[in-house]
Design a protein around this ligand. Structure first.
Ligand SMILES: NC(=O)c1ccc[n+]([C@@H]2O[C@H](COP(=O)([O-])OP(=O)(O)OC[C@H]3O[C@@H](n4cnc5c(N)ncnc54)[C@H](OP(=O)(O)O)[C@@H]3O)[C@@H](O)[C@H]2O)c1
Length: 359
């Protein structure tokens, strides 16, 4: 199987992760790269160059060779008839305008927030709430589209919602309090975080982030109401989101009040045994969760890239006597599981379910 894909926003931080992850992908072949009008018409490598000639490539892996000389298209001029699928990694304003243009014709998997909270749009984490993909047919019918939009959650929501799923199944979640320590790469290239903000410092506010994480978590763990929308989970989520001087990997301290008392050993087993049923997908991790017994882990620099950056790490799990439940420290990779590779995993799941097909 080989599906032809386009990557929109290919020059940005999440876009670069897409190219790294798709370069040797067994199912998806990148045929088109697109960016803003500023970069359109340039080769990919030239578009990354600053005025001083420095190449703004932020990945540990080198730029995949075959992309360097590809000429970037202007996003709105992409010929969708030559593609089976589009990945978008642009800011929300651009996504709002561009994604319906693509979705009219072909599946559009997005890292942006623009359509996440629309009623007919699923907010998918493979293996956690795959049942929400039944909204896709409804979306197509309602909007008269051949394709569809499926966004992935915000990178901070991704780890939180994933880590709550086993607790909710075993004990019932009553309420959540979370404080994040988010990596600098999560702000994108122009996200308002300067190097001077981040050296010897942390920033205690990320505009818009807390409300997104609270609402998205409730949608992801909600229930399908008659197949046409999601009824949000009825537990409250309260977040404090901060930016810290870490390159990649969002850490979150999480307190969960539960309906039933938690048995820590049983919960560890529930994480270890959590079966997504998706192990055969090329981007799926060996295990969705990694439980750490060493109280000095998880640490972003050391743990984030394990299992291809696709595992959600849980450490310091213990009973919380104030909230009446459990508390732990969680880490997930914001530009891998929480962005590009997470979006690719969604596409892979939609392929094996027959929802994404060759044109
Ligand atoms: N960074 C993360 O950890 C992360 C995680 C999850 C989700 N996200 C989401 O992913 C999206 C991209 O984030 P990022 O961090 O990669 O941002 P970024 O580094 O600022 O990159 C933005 C990309 O969008 C392109 N772009 C800007 N305006 C455009 C337009 N009008 N038409 C087409 N392309 C346009 C830019 O192209 P030029 O180079 O031509 O300007 C660039 O490729 C955002 O919605 C963000 O919320 C990011």
């Amino acid at each position: 199987m080989e599906l032809k894909v386009g990557v929109v926003g290919a020059t940005g931080i999440a876009g670069q992760q897409f190219l790294t992850a798709l370069d040797q992908h067994p199912w998806f072949k990148v045929e088109v790269l697109a960016s803003s009008p500023r970069s359109a018409g340039k080769t990919y490598e030239d578009a990354l160059k600053t005025q001083e000639g420095r190449i703004n490539w932020w990945q540990n892996e080198p730029i995949p060779k075959r992309f360097k000389s590809m000429v970037l298209k202007q996003a709105k001029d992409i010929d969708t008839s030559a593609l089976d699928l589009i990945f978008t990694a642009v800011e929300s304003d651009a996504a709002k305008e561009l994604e319906p243009i693509f979705a009219k014709d072909i599946p559009t998997i997005s890292t942006a927030s623009a359509y996440r909270m629309e009623d007919d749009v699923p907010l998918l984490i493979p293996g956690i709430n795959s049942e929400q993909m039944s909204l896709i047919a409804h979306q197509q019918e309602k909007r008269g589209w051949k394709g569809f939009i499926v966004p992935i959650p915000n990178c901070t929501t991704y780890g939180l919602a994933s880590s709550l799923a086993p607790i909710d199944r075993e004990y019932g979640v009553k309420g959540v309090i979370m404080t994040s320590l988010q990596a600098t790469s999560g702000a994108g290239r122009n996200g308002g975080v300067l190097s001077l903000d981040m050296i010897d410092n942390l920033v205690p506010y990320i505009p818009g982030e807390e409300a997104k994480v609270e609402k998205e978590t409730q949608k992801i763990l909600g229930s399908l109401g008659g197949g046409v929308s999601v009824t949000p989970a009825d537990f409250g989520v309260s977040c404090t989101c901060t930016r810290v001087p870490v390159t990649d990997g969002h850490t979150e301290t999480v307190f969960v009040a539960t309906e039933k008392p938690v048995d820590i050993e049983n919960l560890k087993k529930a994480y270890a045994d959590f079966n997504t049923g998706l192990k055969e997908l090329p981007s799926a991790p060996e295990s969705l969760f990694t439980v750490h017994e060493d109280p000095f882990h998880p640490q972003p620099r050391i743990d984030r890239d394990k299992d291809g950056g696709m595992s959600t790490h849980i450490g310091r799990m213990r009973i919380d006597n104030v909230m009446g439940g459990v508390k732990f420290v969680m880490l997930s990779h914001n530009t891998k599981a929480g962005a590009a590779k997470g979006a690719i995993l969604v596409a892979e799941e939609l392929v094996i379910k027959g929802i994404i097909r060759s044109n």
